[in-house]
Design a protein around this ligand. Structure first.
Ligand code: PLP
Length: 441
């Protein structure tokens, strides 16, 4: 029998790390042991500027006292309550705070992550179509290069081959529209590229192939993050909206990254002035202090489920931790910080400075494109022939050694600092990336 006396405290072997080159990491571990504001502290006591808000999620900066206090207070009062056929007040309060943030979306459904939010949104879309007598609409349409988390629904509508190829045949009845990335037309665009609205018409081709009566929903990230920051061309999202409306197809925005201020507005739908039918959120919803996600449903969607006979469960879906008290408490405190510190407005004000700063890297070696929107940038590097990702990984490691956390995907460096970032810290980020790119392979 093993007891906890037998464990090896410094053993790295037992943990199977997510989305990580485990063997490489374990030879040379990078450990974060503390965080505060804009910084992490490493196990060897170095300060690292968080250029990525963790994984695009710590929008208000680290270890915010009001969130800590709210979570402590909640755990001392109600640690957990089931959410099926019974409730607790904090989840209702948080839901109404969330729906009050945006016009036209009168309900939210709680999940624990972005992946769960995506699967929930896809399921709501299918069930909604069925509930309005459109039960033949069973197809789901995603987009090439889309990232929608790692559930089977999410990887099926997702468009990143590495996330799909190990996992069999995925969901059936899924198709993809083309992505919007085009270096020839749009390299070094500032903000939204001029070229590419017509790419939304790809959905018409899919409708012509399958017929609208078989399609339930289309899901896209309004700004694609994890695939390397792909900014929607001007007019593209509106055109996608119009095609969906014309054909009775639900439009789902995956706002797991863009929600809660990243673009300088509460949500991307507000930023772009295009309303989806459903949208997913997670990450910044609790400033990442406690895991949570939420699906927002536009007015009318919930109501369509409500004419089932009395005492019937209207949607057979939910998680043990849907609306967990600690997550809701963290979320309420997070929304207070966003409001009281005006962080979304701050992001909008800083965005032009950030844009100028990142585009100052355009003549640096290896850089073949720079993209930006709000407080996000993607810096695309020319890959080393036959060694895709190696150059960006080298940059990631060197930036880390110089005290800056960036993210890489393929040969793209992404940065998305917490919205409390100061201009001097943006300068530090840019100088560090510039110096690093001088020395990468
Ligand atoms: C757009 C989008 N959707 C879904 C997810 C998945 O979220 P999670 O990792 O919380 O499951 C992510 C994560 O990065 C994301 O960027």
């Amino acid at each position: 029998m093993s007891t906890d006396q037998n464990y090896a405290p410094n053993d790295l072997e037992s943990l199977w790390m997510p989305f990580t080159a485990n063997r490489q990491f374990k030879k040379n571990p990078k450990m974060l042991v503390e965080a505060e504001g804009m910084h992490y502290i490493t196990h060897d006591n170095r300060r690292i500027l968080d250029g990525t808000s963790g994984l695009w999620c710590v929008n208000a900066g680290h270890r915010r006292q009001p969130i800590i206090d709210a979570v402590k207070k909640q755990v001392e009062k109600l640690d957990y309550a089931p959410g099926f056929q019974i409730g607790h007040p904090t989840s209702f309060e948080f839901a109404s705070r969330l729906t009050s943030m945006i016009e036209g979306f009168d309900h939210v459904f709680f999940t624990n992550s972005g992946s769960e939010a995506v699967d929930t949104a896809l399921k709501i879309a299918l069930a909604y179509q069925r509930s309005i007598g459109q039960g033949t609409r069973t197809r789901l349409i995603g987009r090439e290069r889309g990232y929608h988390g790692v559930g089977f629904g999410g990887i099926s509508v997702g468009g990143i081959v590495g996330n799909r190829k190990q996992f069999g045949t995925l969901l059936t009845g899924v198709d993809h529209i083309s992505h919007t990335h085009n270096l020839e037309q749009n390299a070094f665009s500032r903000g939204q590229p001029e070229w590419g609205a017509h790419l939304a018409d790809d959905l018409e081709k899919i409708v012509a192939l399958h017929d609208a009566s078989t399609i339930a929903a289309v899901i896209v990230e309004p700004m694609a993050g994890s695939t390397g920051v792909l900014i929607p061309p001007k007019g593209y999202l509106k055109r996608l909206r119009d095609i969906c409306t014309k054909h009775g197809i639900l439009l789902i925005f995956d706002e797991v990254i863009t929600g809660f201020g990243r673009l300088g507005a509460s949500f991307a739908s507000e930023y772009f002035g295009v309303k989806p039918d459903l949208f997913t959120t997670a990450k910044g919803i609790t400033n990442a202090t406690v895991p949570m996600g939420a699906v927002f449903a536009r007015d009318g969607i919930y109501d369509a489920f409500m004419d089932a006979p009395d005492n019937t469960i209207e949607l057979f879906h939910g998680y043990t931790y849907s609306g967990h008290p600690l997550a809701c408490a963290a979320g309420l405190a997070t929304l207070d910080i966003y409001r009281d510190e005006g962080l979304f407005e701050r992001a909008a004000e800083l965005a032009p400075y950030f844009e100028d700063a990142v585009h100052s890297l355009s003549d640096v070696d290896h850089v073949i494109d720079i993209r930006n929107l709000g407080m996000v940038t993607g810096i695309e590097l020319e890959g080393i022939p036959d060694k895709p990702t190696a150059r960006a990984m080298d940059a990631f490691n060197k930036c880390y050694d110089k005290g800056l956390l960036v993210r890489t995907t393929g040969d793209i460096i992404a940065m998305s600092p917490p919205l409390i970032v100061e201009k001097e810290q943006i300068d530090f980020m840019i100088d560090t990336v510039r110096d690093t790119l001088k020395t990468v392979h």
